[in-house]
Design a protein around this ligand. Structure first.
Ligand code: ADP
Length: 876
């Protein structure tokens, strides 16, 4: 019969496992007990059995040949199942066991006695069992004895258990101890244990290293060796006071203190001391935990230094302009350098480009007498440069080396110093470089600190900033210089331009005088009533007139160019029908085209009538420029066409197309550059290279746009787009050429007196010829203004024509006298002058002239004034 499984079996099995006895034998104390039990009870076999999940284990036994049997067939399993002792006097007569293999086979058990065996927590572990191969009964006292032996076994098992747990605890403790020891040893903090007399009992490696001691060297020494003298001398008193109950200042708290290493150097540390409560022998012990603050403090100092440095650099850069304009930049940098390095003296200087000498910009005043003061002033005002490459400065600015010395007087590199020069103790000179070239240097001397490479490295940002500032300074100087030169250049150019303008207006004035005759006579020849010319000569006269007029416009253009270049061109826009101006331009160009054997195509009858807003003269100039280029840069037999078409957006595009030489694509970008002739300067074609530049400016001034397309060898097309004012579709009629001068109406009975004051006989003659056809007009000429005024007072003329540039009293003087004269103040006076600029006209009208006529004289204009006088109406 199988034994049942008891309740809480899992816990019980865990407890069995915990005994540590499963799988073990050879336990002398248990074995003594089982021996004793066997002898007392005189049984064949005794065992202490532990019942595990599948089997029972005999951790101590006598007479048995095995250490374990299956739980299924075990007798003890029944004790476990019931929790009570089991006595089987004869197994063969007990139906539970008579077929048990332990009964029917080895070891042929005939009797069994088992008492339950518990652990300290009450878990049932197994039994102490007595076995025999013959039947046996146990008296009540025997059973009690059996139970007491079982308790004995139980105590032994428990002791085994306790010992085992103790061993485990000890192992754990040893592990923990080892870990603590490692932590202490490896800690990044120093740990020192002292007794109440201050004797060091323990110290970790960190602390030893921190103070520069060999391992164990500190053990047994008084902790005072780790303190600076003044603190060490008070330490014993301090400990005594604490032990006597005075409130502690470090114990139980932590704070920054200064320690002393083996060499006697101070070390900043953070120290926290605690009193060890469980000191042995009733002695008080203290444990101190120290951390090394050297790095922290160094970092803090470095940070402070850096922020100082940054402050200097920041101010240098942000206030650069202010500092520069007040010339305080260098002084500022010199002062900054002294603060940064804690030095008494500093200097900063520049190595001028291409030299190896030093121009000092700022230097601490270390003068000691009159002459040294003068020397410093000379240095700072750049009257004197330093050149010697063999001094402590020279090795830096000429040699490009960083020089550091902490023992200036004995440094072999030092050169001589003038007598009276303050003694230098230590010195650093640093070159300021830009792309490897020395552009300046700074130096400082006499500091309490020791100078080293690290300091120079720390000053790196300062050096870089100095390099930047020196470059800025140079650029600023260069710029100032260039600006100065530019200003001079500009002034020169302005003077030249003014001289040129004066020359041009003088020249145009000179040209106008002879042109006056040319144009005047050409008009006369066309219109002479008395001696009309034959048609052919009239044609010639017309040509003379046209060419003269073109010459006049050329003169005007020269003035124009001068004005454009001076930046003030004025356009007076008015509504103009395109065909009028186009016709005019084409006619002007006709002769040129014929001479060049170019067919000039212009068929206004097929073009829409378009009105645009332009300045007539200037727009004609635009067309003439484009047409003349199209003719000039063409080939004999080629053609030039002028036409226009309307665009969708209320625009008209006027096109001058030619079949000429075209413009190479590579040079098209230069087309509108003034004076750039794109290679035409090497040909026989005449030109200045200014035409297109003026043309485009003019078109743009008239709110138009000039574009072009060109192909080398095929031809070019220049287009001018303009906004349309009005359009009327095409015209089929040819435009009638306007007569050049309107003939005067039939002679009137009224006679007119005209006085012409003019010093140029040719002009006087022209005027007489103009009026020769009109007997009702009496013209009197005089060359002098004063005489003229006298004549006027006497004859009271209807009109005085007054030249402006007269010898002696000029036109304006004469006008003024006339206007003050009661007899003449209402006389009509017209100026007739070669000063033909708009401003001259304005000036004249403002001065009181009734009319301002310009030379060359527009006969029509003059005749119109005269005609209106005749009709008695105000010509205005
Ligand atoms: P200019 O004719 O006095 O040299 P422009 O300013 O009118 O000056 O023209 C500049 C240059 O552009 C000319 O020298 C010529 O090389 C080129 N160019 C102008 N118009 C034409 C054209 N219709 N065909 C070919 N080349 C031209």
């Amino acid at each position: 019969m199988r034994p049942d499984i008891p309740q809480h079996e899992a816990e019980r099995l865990e407890a069995v496992q915990q005994t540590g006895l499963l799988g073990t034998t050879e336990h002398p104390e248990l074995d003594n007990l089982t021996d004793l039990v066997q002898q007392i009870f005189q049984v064949e076999m005794v065992a202490i059995s532990l019942v595990a999940e599948q089997h029972q284990w005999f951790c101590s036994s006598v007479g048995l040949h095995t250490s374990k049997t299956s739980r299924e067939i075990s007798f003890c399993g029944h004790v476990i199942a019931s929790g009570e002792s089991l006595y089987v006097p004869d197994t063969l007569s007990d139906p539970r066991f008579q077929h048990n293999p332990l009964v029917t086979g080895e070891p042929y058990l005939r009797s069994y006695a088992g008492q339950p065996l518990y652990d300290g927590q009450g878990h049932l572990l197994g039994t102490l069992c007595l076995l025999d191969t013959h039947p046996r009964t146990y008296s009540a006292s025997e059973q009690q004895q059996h139970a007491s032996f079982t308790r004995q076994a139980q105590a032994l098992v428990q002791r085994f258990l306790d010992q085992r747990q103790l061993a485990q605890e000890q192992q754990r403790y040893a592990g923990a101890l080892e870990r603590y020891r490692t932590i202490l040893e490896e800690a990044a903090a120093g740990v020192i244990r002292i007794n109440q007399d201050g004797i060091i009992l323990g110290v970790n490696r960190f602390a030893e290293k921190l103070f520069g001691y060999e391992p164990d060297e500190l053990l047994g020494q008084n902790v005072k060796v780790l303190m600076p003298g003044d603190i060490a001398s008070h330490h014993d008193d301090y400990l005594a006071a604490f032990l006597a109950g005075k409130p502690p200042s470090i114990i139980g708290k932590g704070r920054q203190v200064t320690g002393r290493d083996k060499q006697g150097h101070p070390i900043p540390v953070h120290l926290a001391v605690s009193r060890l409560s469980q000191a042995t022998n009733n002695e008080v012990e203290f444990i101190g935990v120290l951390s090394d603050l050297t790095d922290l403090i160094a970092t803090r100092e470095q940070l402070q230094q850096q922020s100082k440095l940054l402050e200097v650099l920041h101010k240098g850069l942000t206030d650069y302009h202010a500092l520069m304009s007040g010339n305080r930049l260098w002084r500022f940098l010199e002062e900054g350098l002294r603060t940064l390095t804690g030095s008494k003296y500093a200097l900063i200087g520049e190595v001028p480009e291409g030299s190896s000498s030093l121009k000092i910009h700022a230097i601490t005043d270390l003068s000691w007498d009159q002459s040294s003061r003068k020397l410093l002033a000379q240095l700072e005002s750049h009257q004197m440069l330093l050149h010697d490459p063999n001094t402590m400065l020279g090795q830096v600015f000429a040699g490009g080396k960083t020089v550091i010395t902490n023992d200036f007087p004995r440094d072999p590199r030092r050169g001589g110093q003038p007598a009276g020069h303050p003694a230098l103790t230590n010195y650093v000179g640093v070159p300021i470089k830009d792309e490897g070239r020395v552009i300046g240097m700074f130096a400082f001397a006499n500091s309490d600190e020791t100078f080293d490479e690290e300091l120079v490295a720390h000053l790196e940002p300062y050096t870089a900033t100095c390099a930047l500032l020196i470059k800025l300074y140079r650029q600023m100087h260069e710029r100032e210089q260039v600006l100065g030169e530019l200003a001079q250049e500009k002034e020169r150019a302005e003077r030249a331009s003014q001289a040129k303008n004066e020359f041009l207006s003088a020249m145009s004035h000179e040209l106008r005088t002879p042109l006056n005759s040319v144009l005047g006579y050409a008009q006369l020849m066309q219109n002479s009533k008395k001696h009309p010319l034959p048609e052919r000569q009239q044609q010639q006269a017309r040509q003379i007139y046209k060419s003269g007029e073109h010459l006049l416009s050329l003169i005007n253009e020269v003035l124009n160019l001068a004005k454009i270049e001076a930046g003030h061109v004025s356009v007076s826009m008015e509504p103009i029908w395109l065909h009028t101006v186009a016709d005019d331009a084409v006619q002007t160009m006709q002769t040129l085209a014929e001479q060049a054997d170019i067919r000039l195509i212009h068929q206004p009858e097929y073009l829409p009538q378009i009105q645009v807003s332009v300045d007539y003269t200037r727009f004609k100039q635009v067309l003439i420029n484009l047409l003349s280029n199209a003719i000039k840069y063409n080939q004999p037999g080629g053609e030039v066409e002028l036409k226009w078409q309307t665009d969708v957006d209320e625009q008209v595009t006027l096109v001058v197309r030619d079949t000429g030489i075209g413009i190479p694509a590579a040079r098209q970008a230069e087309l509108f550059q003034p004076f750039n002739r794109l290679g035409a300067e090497n040909t026989a074609i005449e030109g200045t290279g200014v035409g297109l530049a003026i043309t485009r400016t003019l078109v743009e001034q008239m709110e138009g746009e000039l574009t072009f397309q060109s192909e080398e060898g095929t031809g070019s097309t220049f287009s001018v787009s303009l906004p349309i004012l009005e359009s009327r579709g095409t015209t089929s009629a040819n435009f009638v050429e306007q007569p050049i001068a309107q003939p005067l109406p039939e002679p009137n009975s009224l006679t007119l007196q005209i006085l012409y004051i003019e010093d140029n006989p040719a002009n006087q003659q022209l005027m007489q010829d103009i009026f020769a056809d009109y007997p009702q007009i009496h013209l009197t000429c005089t060359h002098d203004a004063k005489i003229g005024l006298a004549l006027a007072r006497e004859h009271q003329p209807d009109l005085i024509l007054l030249d402006i540039n007269l010898p002696g009293l000029d036109g304006y003087g004469a006008l003024k006298l006339a206007r003050q004269d009661p007899k003449l103040q209402h006389t009509r006076i017209a100026a007739l002058s070669a000063n033909a600029l708009a401003k001259d006209q304005r000036k004249g009208l403002a001065a009181g002239f009734d009319h301002y006529l310009t030379k060359p004289l527009d006969v029509n204009e003059l005749l119109t004034i005269v005609q209106q006088l005749e009709q008695g109406c105000d010509p205005e």
